[in-house]
Design a protein around this ligand. Structure first.
Ligand code: PLP
Length: 359
């Protein structure tokens, strides 16, 4: 029996995708072998790669002057690859700091250049709130501006794309890419670890504007150069082929759901009903201002924090998994990525009401 899994990552995958992978596990598309057991340079894998890229391009309407890379190493590897590849023409970059993931990106980038850490988050009346862009002292000569559109740990999300002027905008979209339509042309580079909203762990997507491919710092190793990965169609070395295959199945599933406009409607509805349930009760609370509440990661607390352990264990017995907050902040968190059905959110809300009544 599959439970509703609210894990922040690796996260739940669409059941139909898992069933298809199960059916094809031993023998894939007439190859006499699993997709895991064939060459990443075979014509069959070429077809898989081309289809996955095209489906992603269709979903996000990615302009032709952007390359799509299927890499390994996770978003954390991008924390280093971004500065190694983009800190030109000047070794200066601006980073909006809105939480723990931005801080990690900043700490890594500081190894490579002069990084300005711009406070983008405040606490007002006990609530997290993003600061107004007018108050950010942006460096018009920076090589790029980096931000984290959705802070997975605190559940803070930008409802707008930061104004970057002529400076290339770089975004860590690990926990929000594909949750809604996106104007890719506003960005210089987008990266996302797959294990939140795309597929299984091991795969990282990079969408990069072609004119940014030739800026790598001289010492950057080949394995860390976007240009090298682009020239080799993401197969400079052996990529995570099974994760790539599963992400391709997820892209087809998203198209069958009606694409990202349909996902956005569903995701907004899921998040709003959970926030509404939290707001309607004095028993639960959410620490994020309404202007920047995440659709993907809903954080909440119990008025009596001593009850959180019991909440988690009874939730698990009720088939609602992985509702603990990140180990660094505690509390509770429900991750509502694309693959979480609305019925899972309804079941969670029902459980929360019953738990409140029962204590
Ligand atoms: C999960 C996450 C990361 C870290 O991803 P890894 O793939 O484990 O390196 C980075 N940024 C954000 C926003 C995340 O949600």
């Amino acid at each position: 029996m599959r439970a509703y899994n609210f894990c922040s990552g690796p996260a739940t995958l669409p059941e139909t995708v898992l069933l298809q992978a199960q059916a094809e596990l031993l023998e894939w598309q007439g190859q006499g072998a699993s997709v895991m057991e064939i060459s990443h340079r075979s014509p069959a894998f070429d077809r898989l790669a081309a289809e996955a890229e095209q489906d992603l391009r269709d979903l996000l309407a990615i302009p032709a002057n952007y390359q799509v890379l299927f890499l390994s190493g996770g978003a954390s590897q991008q924390f280093a690859m971004v500065p190694m590849n983009l800190l030109e023409p000047r070794p200066q970059a601006d980073y909006l700091n809105s939480g723990i993931w931005s801080e990690k990106a900043i700490a890594e980038a500081q190894r490579f250049g002069d990084i300005t850490d711009i406070a983008a988050l405040t606490v007002e009346d006990g609530q997290y709130r993003l600061t107004e862009p007018g108050g950010w002292a942006l460096n018009g000569l920076a090589s790029y501006l980096h931000y984290t559109p959705n802070e997975t740990i605190s559940g803070v999300e930008y409802g707008f794309i930061p104004p970057a002027g002529q400076v290339p905008l770089v975004a860590d979209m690990s926990s929000t890419l594909l949750s809604r339509p996106l104007d890719v042309s506003r960005f210089g580079l987008i990266y996302a670890g797959a294990q939140k909203n795309i597929g299984p762990s091991g795969l990282t997507l990079v969408i990069v504007r072609e004119d940014l491919l030739e800026r790598s710092l001289a010492f950057t190793p080949n394995i860390g150069r976007y240009q090298i990965h682009a020239e080799h169609a993401s197969r400079y070395n052996t990529p995570p082929t099974f994760a790539w295959y599963l992400a391709g199945l997820v892209f087809k599933w998203l198209k069958a759901q009606g694409g990202l406009t349909a996902m956005a409607e569903r995701n907004a509805r899921k998040a709003h009903k959970l926030y509404a349930a939290i707001d309607a009760s004095d028993f639960y609370s959410n620490p994020v201002h309404g202007s920047c509440r995440s659709w993907m990661n809903v954080t909440f607390r119990l008025a009596d924090a001593g009850l959180e352990k019991r909440f988690l264990s009874e939730a698990e017995q009720a088939g609602l998994l992985a509702l603990a907050g990140h180990r660094s902040v505690g509390g509770l968190r429900a991750s509502l990525y694309n693959a979480m059905p609305e019925a899972g959110v309804d079941a969670l809300i029902e459980f929360m009401r019953e738990f409140e009544r029962g204590v």
